[in-house]
Unconditional design. Sequence first.
Length: 289
Amino acid sequence: MLVEQRYFETLHPGYGQYFDVEKVLFEQKTEQWHLVIFDNPFFGRVMALDGVIQTTERDEFIYHEMLTHTPLLAHGKAKSVLIIGGGDGGMLREVVKHSAIEQITMVEIDHAVVDMCKEFLPGHSAGAYDDPRVNLVIADGAEFVKNTEQKFDVIISDCTDPIGPGEVLFHSDFYAACSACLNDGGIMVAQNGVAFMQIDEVTTSQVRLSQYFSDCSFYSAAVPSYVGGIMTFAWASQQAELRQAPLEVITQRFNAANLNTRYYTPAIHAASFALPRYIEQALANVQER
């Protein structure tokens, strides 16, 4: 929430962070949400929704690179990609870097989000919407995967936390629909919160995903503005060997793709699947129930 010249994040009870606000660029309040975009001297442009930081100019590349290049290079032969959400365009920007991909479908519930981010966060999309391979669909992501007849090699769920409109993208029905519209050898990934602060998100996803995917796991990255520890990303596939691709193979694919990255490297890719003991134990406890 905005208090004078500071924005206070209120995601976690009893703990949070604040951002100095140099200038409010956009603010919209309705009965359903409170959206604000402002300038901060350290993170640049910041977008926040209902007291939760969504993205910042300075560190967004970490989040977007890890949610795109990790599954795409693990797959190795992806031709079709589905992005659920991602209206700021950062995910799309990273996906279009892969020249071998032939079709990119992005499903965003509100076109106004796309337009707003093009205006106030242009570096996120960086012209990616103009790529001829992109098909932007304005629709509910959960409904889209339930009803589509299309098949995809990689599905990226760029969802908000499981509160409000984003909650449906953490439900079993959504995971079931994603499994059904993946090609053989396909991979689904999704943001899964800051595990130290939101361990229930990790364990709940494990239980629900494992009903539809034979290989479920998590990988991680440290995103500074998502405060409270490492962010986890859910990983789901029917083939465990995709997650276990050797470093040498990932390196070959990375070099062949000629990617320009600021965080992701093949070594980071491999290391990101090594989880802290507290996450391993939480997952083990769920599996024993």
